[in-house]
Design a protein around this ligand. Structure first.
Ligand code: SAH
Length: 424
């Protein structure tokens, strides 16, 4: 009842403090976005997004993609950002340094930093397919660059990155010397940002048969028509883990796309691999990939079907497996979709548990940003309970190191997975 009783002395002092900005003002000819008092906190913690509801007022007339200065309520400098009047995220911060100039040199430095990180982590020794720039997590909000052998795929997801498109192409050409820079600016987010869809060659020419070699597995990649920028690079380490566990097992790979996990399982000595996906194009490429690796196609079975229905059918047929992979698409892009997504995850995992032989393994993943690690584990626990199995987590996994998570941007931690073993 009595709210005041709960106010600490410190808090009371804060409330009586006159509002004087500690941040210095920084001279600037362009527009300023003044952030409401109290709403600057996330920026001070270096989270790069500003939602439109946090804006007190706009000084000047910035156009979409313009660099603006973000200021606190007293006019003190907070950050440099790209403005987008059409997005709920109306500004994305480029830099928190007052003396920074957002220009080609700035981007060359940032891109070089991202490339150096991959080099230092020696990622090229595992694959010539790699995420070179992972948006916010590499300090470049909205910018994705994926490498597939000597081709780069650029994905622009914000008005700010759209503005600097040619600059990015110039810098990437200079630093990486690819035969082609292909633009796949066709993600769902583009529409929310008020940006048109683009899917075309930006520089050079796209080779006809493009493939990468990932941990010694060859994978054909269709950067023009494939999903995402062509391939799910984030699951690289998890595919390798499954390959090492597959020997002698009957494997079921659900949501197989172009066969990633299936190829590793076949190479790892699986007895049989049944792969399911609803994309006929993906399944076709998956079968090309089996041939490309000289793997025994006789051990592989491919099913063009809806996984939800197919799992029920397999259950009714009393089919059993020793290793099941569930790598569905994003069910919950944000936390608002979490409940519906949770039902989807529970459904497929419950069925997965039921299809396992005693001692079998379930490798289950979620790439939903709206589902936390914690919640995912709870959903899987519920599924095991309802399936009537005892299961242990033998491994907790995330995206590979070329998809880093910036501490100040926890949204970057979208991919999570559990490898579970059911009791004998
Ligand atoms: N495991 C893959 C990536 C999976 S991406 C890899 O390592 O490369 C998710 C896949 O699920 C896509 O290929 C998509 O076509 C497929 N998909 C989405 N909804 C589906 C459904 N209801 N039934 C079957 N496949 C589905």
């Amino acid at each position: 009842m009595n709210q005041k009783r709960h106010t600490s002395p410190d808090r009371r002092r804060e409330q009586h403090k006159p509002q004087v900005s500690k941040a210095p003002r920084v001279a600037f000819d362009g527009a300023r976005l003044i952030i409401q008092a109290g709403r600057e906190k996330s920026l001070l913690r270096r989270h790069p997004w500003v939602f439109s509801g946090a804006i007190e007022r706009i000084e000047g007339k910035p156009a979409s993609g313009d660099t603006v200065q973000l200021c606190d309520a007293q006019g003190g400098f907070l950050a440099w950002a790209a403005y987008n009047p059409q997005s709920q995220i109306c500004a994305r911060a480029w830099s928190w340094q007052g003396d920074e100039k957002i220009d080609a040199n700035f981007f060359r430095r940032k891109i070089t930093g991202a490339l150096n990180a991959r080099r230092d982590l020696k990622l090229a020794q595992h694959s010539n397919g790699m995420r070179l720039i992972h948006g916010e997590s590499d300090g470049l909000p909205g910018l994705i660059v994926d490498q597939y052998a000597d081709v780069l795929v650029l994905q622009l997801g914000s008005a700010g990155t759209e503005r600097w498109r040619e600059t990015f192409a110039d810098i990437l050409q200079e630093l990486c010397n690819p035969v082609c820079i292909y633009e796949r600016s066709d993600s769902d987010g583009r529409e929310l940002e008020g940006l048109e869809i683009r899917n075309a060659v930006l520089r050079g020419a796209l080779p006809e048969n493009l493939s990468i070699t990932e941990n010694g597995v060859r994978i054909a990649v269709d950067v023009a028509a494939g999903q995402k920028t062509g391939f799910y690079l984030d699951q690289r380490d998890n595919r390798a883990q499954i390959g090492a566990l597959a020997e002698g097992r009957d494997v079921l790979n659900c949501f197989c796309y172009t066969g990633g996990f299936s190829l590793y399982a076949l190479r790892g000595g699986a007895k049989s691999v049944l792969s399911i996906d609803a994309s006929a194009e993906a399944l076709q490429l998956a079968q090309c990939n089996v041939a490309l690796n000289g793997l025994d196609a006789g051990r592989a079975e491919w099913l063009d079907a809806d996984v939800f229905a197919a799992l029920r059918k397999l259950r009714d047929q009393n089919r059993k497996f020793d290793l099941i992979i569930l790598d569905p698409p994003k069910f919950a892009p944000t936390a608002a979709f979490a409940e519906k997504a949770a039902r989807g995850y529970k459904d497929i995992n419950l069925l997965g548990f039921k299809l396992l032989r005693p001692g079998g393994l379930l490798a289950t993943y979620s790439c939903s940003g709206g589902i936390s690690d914690d919640l995912f584990q709870k959903i899987i626990a519920g599924a095991a309970l309802d399936a009537g199995v005892d299961a242990q987590i033998v491994s907790r996994v995330h995206a590979a190191a070329d998809h880093p998570v910036l501490l100040s941007f926890p949204e970057g931690a979208y991919l999570k997975g559990l490898v579970l073993r059911v009791a004998n």
